[in-house]
Write a protein that binds this ligand. Structure first.
Ligand SMILES: [Zn+2]
Length: 187
């Protein structure tokens, strides 16, 4: 099966790609929810979006890999930095492989998670945190010329999601040591 065929097959399964699928996740901070909401609408300031608004950009390539134009789709699904992160996060969460061809696919990952409501909500939130981390690293590279590192990205996903779940949900007693092994351990 080619990538294109898989893509078509996934698209057929979803009725309308223009419908907003993002759900607000209460254990995730508002700024992160808003970011996901805007990313789904393709209204975050990627280079491609800035060029669309006729802002003069010399180089439209992805700051993380330099091999493609920077779009929401590339940054969060096509970029090797994103695919590596999804592989690591997917293994950690026991949702593997993560098949995502565009941003909306990322927003549906929790549907494939076995378990109850909270298993899905935690995975949904971790996907949001991962996108947020990718964007932060991208901004670090663009504005501070810092070198994005995969180890750092994974560590940030684990620690931010841990703190937010611990202090913003009923799971106040989760332990870091167990969390880093499996984020659904307490269910
Ligand atoms: Zn890239």
């Amino acid at each position: 099966m080619t990538i294109a065929a898989v893509k078509d097959w996934i698209r057929e399964g979803t009725e309308d790609r223009s419908v907003q699928v993002m759900r607000w996740e209460s254990w995730i901070p508002i700024k992160v929810n808003l970011f996901i909401w805007r990313a789904e609408k393709d209204s975050i300031p990627t280079k491609e979006a800035l060029i669309r608004r006729r802002i003069n950009i010399q180089d439209d390539s992805c700051p993380l890999c330099g091999t493609a134009g920077e779009t929401v789709m590339h940054l969060f699904t096509g970029c090797f930095f994103a695919t590596d992160l999804w592989m690591a996060v997917g293994q950690w969460c026991g949702v593997w492989p993560v098949l995502a061809f565009d941003f909306k696919d990322l927003l549906g990952i929790q549907d494939y998670v076995k378990g109850g409501k909270w298993a899905k909500r935690i995975i949904r939130g971790i996907v949001y945190v991962s996108c947020w981390v990718l964007w932060k690293l991208r901004n670090g590279k663009v504005f501070q010329n810092s070198n994005p590192k995969m180890m750092e990205a994974i560590a940030l996903v684990k620690s931010w999601s841990f703190l937010w779940l611990k202090y913003r949900s009923k799971f106040g007693s989760i332990e870091w040591k167990d969390w880093t092994r499996n984020p659904l351990y307490m269910l």
